[in-house]
Design a protein around this ligand. Structure first.
Ligand code: ADP
Ligand code: MG
Length: 152
């Protein structure tokens, strides 16, 4: 399966990759973020928000599972860490199939609710400031999206 990798040396570089992606996002796009605590999932989401023209500060939704931001497109930011394996349906489809873009931290915890096609983004913590970012497109829409980003 084709995947795309980058190595970044700062939070800004990670945000820049996310901004390249954000420019090309459309309604109903879904990004599934994976990576340990402190890997950079929220940092990546900040880059998406910036790229969508969202000025509000994005932080991890600790008490709310889902936060909504307004930009060029609405951004639905989910952090489902606290759901653990409960697999509780919080009406996820309204977001996935809504008017905006959805980004999910710890997406595998709601595996059974995720759409079949999505962009999986894995972040590996390789050093204090070094991260490896891997895009794995699942489905034609996301394969196309990844090609556009690398061929820009
Ligand atoms: P997560 O949401 O995965 O738990 P966060 O984005 O909240 O992770 O935290 C990542 C932390 O790592 C931040 O403090 C960020 O400044 C720092 N960091 C250092 N280098 C990088 C990098 N290359 N990419 C992303 N974050 C980085
Ligand atoms: Mg986070």
């Amino acid at each position: 399966m084709k995947q795309y990798e980058w190595v970044t040396q700062s939070p800004e570089e990670t945000m820049n990759i996310a901004m390249q992606l954000a420019m090309r996002l459309q309604p109903q796009d879904v990004i599934a973020l994976e990576g340990d605590l402190g890997a950079g999932k929220t940092t990546f989401t900040k880059g998406l928000a910036k790229g969508l023209g969202i000025e509000r500060n994005v932080n991890s939704p600790t008490f709310t599972i889902i936060k909504e931001y307004r930009g060029r497109l609405p951004l639905y930011h989910m952090d489902v860490y606290r759901l653990e394996e409960m697999e509780e349906d919080l009406g996820f489809d309204e977001y996935f199939f809504g008017d905006g873009v959805t980004v999910v931290e710890w997406a595998h915890l709601i595996q059974s609710y995720l759409p079949k096609q999505l962009l999986k983004v894995r972040i590996h913590h390789e050093g204090e400031q070094q991260r490896k970012i891997i895009f794995q497109p699942i489905g034609e829409r996301y394969e196309q999206l990844c090609k556009e980003i690398v061929e820009k």
